[in-house]
Design a protein around this ligand. Structure first.
Ligand code: XUL
Length: 537
């Protein structure tokens, strides 16, 4: 039975998943994770981030990521399955992070000596020792400069899938060029975390896939190639420093002699790596339009596959390339569990009481905009929850109005994806709460399943490896077939929408949109609409 290895280099650690697929038989045969802080304490990271004094800056160590790869491969060699059957390997990495390599890089990565750890051989290849990562928000000025140079926010969003975001690679590269022009000019190659690690594995300078390239503010979505205007607006001479962009399923090489000799591994196909969000799209089984995932974590995220590269004109959503060759839309809401916890504490409730409040309280003409922290979607720079129509109603109504508003915000702000949502795979801590999921089903008018995914990005990477290998010999093998048996949600968690409630939420959604517009200073007082709805009910 052939084996497929998927690696995920996330912010905090490295995960490996090995799957076996043959005919109808398919299973996960190995899974292991390491935390950077614990496994490699000499780098001094906290949750994978190097020590920092400026809260806007966030960097990590590319040397540490390489060393983690060595540690994980050693672990697989010792305790993994019989790796002679390894057919292909791919990976996932935190998006947006950039690695700056000098002229020694290309030759060094080709000639790694298997008798020495990789980390001891690549110390001199970096033009910059630290890599800025997605948590860095120090590039507001560079975002504004790039935006102005390409002709405005709308143009940038339409061409690249996103307006300029501080954490995106382009603004980060520009900042490096402005702050350290000499080191920038000594940079021969700018890799993303994904393409850097793919290079180390294949022993060559690996390309970038469209999924990760679209997190840079540099790729033209339609042609899936670098957009010269954005490249020019970012930094001089950048085009030559960027790798090629190739389709996600491209075989970029074979596992290099370093890994083969050091860990007795075969010359397995090495498939282009991608970002963690595109990989999670596959790892959560979202391989057709109409199915979306809602992750209910500290912040809430909605993402799903799109056949067409539609973009969010309000500038809050992102479009990334999907590993299927399609696109994916992603919208992030900062006040997720953060707000649910806050309200629960405010009312002195435990989780069972919070759920009871949802079960016993029907939706009504009340809206709580949960912007306890500055919100990403819609863009709310100044924190502060806003309440409409609550009057003197008690805690139960407060809880109901909060969760309703969160779900309506997600439904409203994912409309730009132009996807008729019929099925939702709910993940994350709060997905264990059935009352919240029932509200989700009622608001979206969609079937909701709870999806138990631990490492969806690593699983997605292993499935991408399998897909690339299987389609190489038989182009009729589709994504549905590849993910089958790995990504199905738990059937017994299925929740159907209550049709009558969904009808009410469609009304309430109009009122919700009016409250949002009012709170953002863009619309009139929504009280007449609230009153009308109160009279109807
Ligand atoms: C997406 C983003 C994060 C990182 C985390 O735009 O910034 O999801 O990819 O790993």
């Amino acid at each position: 039975m052939p084996l497929y290895l998927g690696l995920d280099s996330s912010t905090q650690g490295l995960t490996a998943i090995i799957i076996a697929i043959e005919g109808g038989e398919r299973r996960v045969v190995f899974e292991s994770s390491l935390s950077f802080d614990e496994a490699l304490p000499r780098y001094g990271t906290s949750h994978g981030v190097l020590p920092r004094t400026d809260p806007h800056r966030a960097t990590s160590s590319p040397l540490m990521w390489a060393e983690a790869l060595d540690v994980m491969m050693a672990r697989i060699a010792v305790s993994g399955p019989d790796m002679r059957r390894l057919a292909a390997i791919s990976g996932s990495a935190q998006q947006h992070g950039t690695v700056y390599l000098n002229a020694r890089w290309a030759q060094t990565v080709r000639a790694l000596d298997p008798s020495l750890p990789v980390v001891d051989q690549i110390r001199s290849v970096f033009a910059r020792e630290e890599s800025p990562i997605w948590m860095d928000s120090s590039t507001a000025e560079e975002c504004a400069e790039i935006t102005a140079r390409v002709g405005g926010e709308d143009t940038l969003a339409k061409r690249t899938g996103s307006r300029a975001f501080e954490r995106f690679s382009g603004p980060q590269i520009r900042r490096f060029f402005k702050q350290s022009p000499e080191r920038y000019h000594a940079t021969a190659r700018v890799h993303l975390v994904s393409s850097y690690l793919a290079s180390l594995l294949s022993g060559g300078d690996a390309p970038i896939d469209p999924g990760d390239a679209s997190g840079m503010n540099l790729m033209d979505l339609a042609s899936q190639d670098w957009w010269q205007d954005a490249v020019d607006a970012t930094a001089p001479g950048l085009r030559e420093k960027l790798p090629r962009i190739v389709p996600s399923k491209t075989v970029v090489g074979t596992l290099s002699p370093y890994w083969q000799a050091r860990y007795s591994l075969p010359a397995a196909k090495t498939i282009a790596w991608s970002g963690d969000n595109p990989c999670s799209l596959i790892g959560t089984g979202l391989v057709r339009e109409g199915r979306v995932a809602v992750s209910l974590g500290t912040s809430d995220t909605v993402f799903g596959l799109m056949r067409e590269p539609r973009v969010d004109v309000t500038g809050t959503g992102h479009v990334f390339g999907a590993p299927t060759g399609d696109y994916m839309g992603l919208t992030c809401f900062l006040n997720g569990s953060l707000a649910r916890e806050r309200v629960r504490h405010e009312f002195g409730m435990d989780w069972p009481a919070f759920s009871r409040a949802l079960e016993t309280t029907p939706p009504g003409a009340q809206v709580v905009l949960p912007w306890f922290e500055p919100e990403i979607t819609p863009a709310v720079p100044v924190a502060g929850a806003r309440r409409y129509g609550l009057g003197n109603s008690g805690p139960d109504v407060g809880v109901r109005a909060l969760v309703d508003a969160q779900m309506m915000a997600m439904a409203l702000h994912s409309r730009w994806m132009g996807v008729e949502i019929d099925t939702i795979h709910a993940t994350g801590g709060a997905a264990a709460n059935r009352s919240i999921l029932q509200t989700m089903a009622n608001v979206f008018g969609a079937t909701v399943y709870e999806l138990e995914v631990g490492n969806s990005a690593a699983l997605g990477a292993s499935l991408r490896a399998a897909h690339a290998d299987l389609t190489a010999s038989d182009s009729t093998r589709g994504w549905d077939e590849v993910v089958r048996g790995f990504t199905e949600p738990i059937a017994t968690t299925r929740l159907e929408p209550d049709v009558r409630r969904h009808g009410f939420y469609r009304e309430l959604m109009r009122v919700y949109a009016a409250c949002e517009a009012h709170a953002l200073g863009r619309g009139p007082d929504p009280e007449p609409l609230l009153r009308q709805l109160r009279e109807q009910t």
